[in-house]
Design a binder for this molecule. Structure first.
Ligand code: NI
Length: 188
């Protein structure tokens, strides 16, 4: 998810990764569960994903967005501008409220595009943290939306997939056009 303020996060020493832009086949694919054999990959990926997210700046990033089809997300809403990082390995939605909430979402893989998305207002998520410990978090508000948005990425779902075909096509056409214009400007 894209960070809504222009506040620049503290510079990170770790190298960031290129973010895939929609449409891209990796963004549409279901990511696989992380197992013990992925340990060194995940250990290397986590700090890079945080660096990439803070630099973007974003409040959430899923591994498929940086080209890795693994069930890994990083999130930091920076409440009161203080870091509050979450690393979630194999996150799962275990409960969702019947009441819904609508809020404007953006995505680092759809730069400059925003739309209102309706989702369950509260969710409970089970996951493994970076140390491999089982954790559960109950969330509402922005965190609930962000968690669902990032877990969607692990299933090849983008926020525009929650919109009508008409709205989705409009956004995808606008994104393609804006990227084309940007490339043309760079050529000049
Ligand atoms: Ni996103």
């Amino acid at each position: 998810m894209r960070r809504m303020t222009t506040e620049t996060a503290a510079a990170e020493a770790v190298e960031s990764l290129p973010i895939l832009i929609a449409p891209h086949p990796i963004l549409k694919a279901r990511a696989r569960a992380i197992g013990p054999a992925d340990d060194s990959t995940v250990r290397d990926l986590i700090p890079r994903m945080f660096a990439t997210m803070y630099r973007a700046p974003g409040i959430g990033l899923a591994a498929p967005q940086v080209g890795h089809g693994l069930r890994l997300v990083v999130i930091d809403l920076m409440p009161d501008d203080k870091p509050q990082p979450y690393t979630m390995i194999n996150p799962e939605i275990v409960a969702a409220s019947p009441d819904l909430a609508t809020r404007e979402e953006g995505c680092l893989s759809l730069p400059g595009q925003y739309a209102d998305v309706t989702r369950p207002a509260k969710v409970a998520i089970r996951y493994l943290d970076e140390a491999g410990a089982r954790r559960q978090v109950e969330a509402d508000g922005l965190l609930a939306a962000c968690l669902q948005h990032e877990i969607d990425h692990l299933d090849g779902v983008l926020f525009v997939d929650h919109l009508s075909n008409l709205k989705r096509n409009m956004i995808m056409r606008r994104l393609a056009k804006e990227l084309r214009q940007k490339r043309d400007e760079q050529k000049r």
